[in-house]
Ligand binder design. Structure first.
Ligand SMILES: Cc1ncc(COP(=O)(O)O)c(C=O)c1O
Length: 368
């Protein structure tokens, strides 16, 4: 008997997530020195982890023989203080990706629907399909979520509504007022999943606490993988109502977040100075890219995050040729954007390398 015959049918048709290519892979394939490769493909923090977080992680290594605190008390306390809510309202996850999966465990099954924009973070769709539910994809307008269109897509079967702001891969955001109105108008059976993976790049991220205080079914997701520079530890969290947190806790594994990451994340939350340095560095990098792209006469979508969606023509070809030049970007055919690539904002030198690779490909010269 073939193993496939034993698998759940949804598994056999499940699309597979394609991550940004790791430096080592590209180096091996193309015979390049990994030290010379620039990775601008996964929206990581180009400025590294906070030194305080790295120090805390090193210290925690000495206790690597012990299981982590499965109740994440210290971490939840630190996050709760940062968010101004009760620690019981915080559910840490193995990346915010895991929380998206936990939401699937709690809410999705055959016959259910999840509303999401397209293009938006692809994991919403993958998780929805994995649980046998139906993704209802609402095309963005001008690369931005149209909340009227999203509301119109909600039916009696809708269980989850995903709204990322800023959105990946477009970098566009919706404002607090429209999000709050949208959330208040949703029917009670539709849980709003407000994905704030890039919130720290906004000057004033929307604060949905009033909705949580009203007891609305809202789950906000944050991550330590982006501005906090801790992607390797896989740490994200939900901040939500107490009732929702209790449901999510029922379906998570006992030790879903590791001890080293917990220690690093607590320290990262305290390192305000590092956060500000990264925000400023990102703003400067965005300006550098915008000027470069203007000179190269390429179109891009104005971004409120740490990446840019750039229209290059043949995205797969540009991805391939930039890779040969030692720069990894993200091709976007899986997001239905074959003419675009997504570039993460890097350090000044990395941005320059990437822009020069693009210029060489287009037979253009960047102004010095
Ligand atoms: C919008 C959005 N949400 C969630 C995530 C997942 O982040 P994590 O590393 O916390 O799983 C990403 C990662 O790229 C993202 O872009």
């Amino acid at each position: 008997m073939k193993l496939e015959e034993l698998a759940r049918p949804a598994v056999l048709t499940q699309p597979v997530y394609e991550p940004g290519r790791p430096i080592e892979d590209v180096a091996r394939e193309l015979g390049l020195d990994p030290k010379g490769i620039v990775k601008l493909a996964s929206n990581e923090n180009a400025f590294g982890p906070s030194p305080l977080a790295a120090g805390a992680a090193e210290k925690a290594l000495r206790h690597a023989h012990l299981y982590p605190d499965g109740g994440t008390h210290a971490l939840r306390g630190a996050i709760a203080r940062a968010r101004g809510v009760d620690p019981g309202q915080i559910v840490p996850g193995n990346g915010s990706n895991e929380i998206i999966e936990l939401l699937g465990h709690v809410f999705l099954g055959p016959g259910d629907e999840a509303v999401m924009g397209t293009p938006a973070f692809i994991v919403y769709k993958l998780v929805t399909l994995l649980f046998g539910a139906k993704p209802v994809e609402v095309p963005l307008r001008n690369h931005r979520h149209d909340l009227g269109d999203m509301a119109a897509a909600v039916t009696d079967k809708t269980k989850l509504v995903f709204l990322p702001s800023p959105n990946n891969p477009t970098g566009t955001a919706n404002d607090a007022g429209e999000i709050t109105r949208f959330a208040r108008d949703l029917p009670e059976h539709a849980v709003l999943v407000f994905d704030e993976a890039y919130a720290e790049y906004l000057d004033e991220p929307p604060d949905l606490r009033p909705l949580l205080e009203e007891g609305r079914p809202v789950v906000c997701l944050r991550t330590f993988s982006k501005i906090y520079g801790l992607a390797a530890f896989r740490l994200g969290y939900a901040w939500t109502t107490l009732e929702m947190a209790q449901l999510l806790n029922r379906v998570r594994q006992p030790f879903n977040v590791n001890a080293i990451g917990q220690a690093a994340a607590i320290a990262a939350l305290e390192d305000r100075e590092f956060l500000e340095t990264c925000r400023a560095g990102n703003r400067a990098g965005l300006r550098q890219w915008e000027e470069g792209l203007k000179a190269l006469e390429l179109e891009w979508v104005p971004s409120e995050a740490n990446f840019l969606l750039v229209r290059v023509g043949d995205g797969a070809e540009v991805f391939r040729r930039m890779q040969e030049a030692g720069v990894i970007v993200r091709p976007l055919a899986p997001y239905g954007l074959p003419e675009h690539v997504r570039v993460t904002i890097g350090r000044a030198g990395e941005n320059q390398r990437a822009l020069e690779a693009l210029a060489a490909m287009l037979n253009k010269v960047l102004p010095s």
